[in-house]
Design a protein around this ligand. Structure first.
Ligand code: TLP
Length: 340
């Protein structure tokens, strides 16, 4: 099977498994797992933040961040298809008791004017707005990379209004490789940054949340409250640390494969794609000749797995476990799938 459902499907490499097998461990809730501590220090360094905390998933990382920035009844601002709102099972409402104010974006991106337009005057009738969330790259937007200047403009509006900024950087690594902007520069305008090791980097488990030491101390309490305090987590943190050191630069290959796939798709009847919007490892295309689910089923029968993300849309994601040759095979399967 050529599995393009997500970059979460990667399996740890032999070298990564070796690093995991040899990891020094301790009880992380008691603060003495040396491998987790090393990972947290390294993430903080790469992102240019004071501290970081290792968490089991990107979902927990985002939800811990939202909880740590807010109190129940507050409001947070997100793009309408942001993962934290769209794909985290109602977490902001259930875990933090906050309201989500949604901004419809362009491929997941919005502007400082969009934020200005939803700011509320101080008034006893209104919830208190606390946070602006940005997702880079943007998943449902199609792996969209944010221009740094657009983030800076939003941050300026947020600061002036006294709002904090959170970055869902599950695929920040992809944004940095695609744009040449270092992760720390992308992270600078944000009070908190979530990154994942289990997507493009290919580690089996885990994400990290970074910010000031005081913020991360508070986040650690919510990690424990949400059930994310792990014990000998060094075993999995070692895979994350390995991925962070050795799998970032190779993301360029995934981006090239995504380009190749997008070009193949653009030549086919019954499919629509704007190649210019494919910058990283996510390829989203429209299916006009049949229901997307039908094409998904035809591709599965030919050994290619993709996901329908809407009745007329399909997502294919390139990653560590898909070669350039397999992308050619996937294109061939799509050709047969739309013409059979
Ligand atoms: N995304 C997954 C699915 O949940 C959709 C995927 O296959 O792309 N932020 C972003 C931007 C994400 O794309 C994801 C996962 C998460 C957070 C959550 O990470 P996990 O799955 O570790 O909870």
């Amino acid at each position: 099977m050529i599995d393009l459902r997500s970059d979460t499907v990667t399996r740890p490499t032999a070298a990564m498994r070796q690093a995991m097998a040899e990891a020094e461990v301790g009880d992380d809730v008691l603060g003495d797992d040396p491998t987790v501590l090393a990972l947290e220090r390294r993430v903080a360094e790469v992102l240019g933040k004071e501290a970081a905390v290792y968490v089991p998933s990107g979902t927990m990382s985002n939800q811990v961040a939202i909880r740590a920035h807010t109190e129940p009844g507050d409001e947070i601002i997100l793009e309408a298809t942001a993962h934290s709102y769209f794909f985290e099972t109602g977490g902001p409402a259930a875990l933090s008791g906050v309201m989500c104010r949604l901004i419809p974006g362009w491929h997941g991106l919005f502007t400082a004017d969009d934020v200005r337009a939803v700011l509320r005057p101080h008034n006893t009738h209104f919830p208190v707005t606390k946070l602006v969330c940005i997702e880079n790259t943007h998943n449902r937007g199609g792996g969209t990379v944010w221009p740094l200047s657009q983030i800076a403009d939003i941050a300026a509006v947020a600061r002036e209004a006294g709002l904090a900024m959170h970055l869902d950087g599950a695929r920040l690594w992809n944004a940095s490789v695609a744009s040449g902007v270092p992760e720390s520069e992308y992270a600078a305008p944000f009070d908190s940054v979530s990154v994942c090791f289990s997507k493009g980097l290919g580690a089996p488990v885990g994400s990290a949340l970074a910010g000031t030491r005081a913020f991360i101390d508070r986040a650690r309490r919510f990690r424990k409250m949400f059930g994310g305090g792990m014990r000998q987590a060094g075993i999995i943190a070692a895979g994350a640390l390995y991925a962070l050191e050795y799998h970032r630069e190779r993301l360029a290959e995934d981006h090239e494969n995504a380009q190749r796939l997008a070009e193949g798709i653009s030549r086919l009847p019954g499919l629509e794609i704007d190649i210019a919007t494919v910058r990283t490892n996510i390829v989203i295309f429209r299916v006009t000749s049949m229901p997307a689910a039908e094409l998904v089923a035809r591709l599965k029968a030919k050994g290619v797995l993709v996901l329908a993300t809407a009745p007329d849309a399909i997502r294919a994601v390139t990653h560590l476990d898909v070669s350039a040759e397999q992308i050619e095979e996937a294109i061939q399967a799509i050709v047969e799938g739309v013409t059979q």
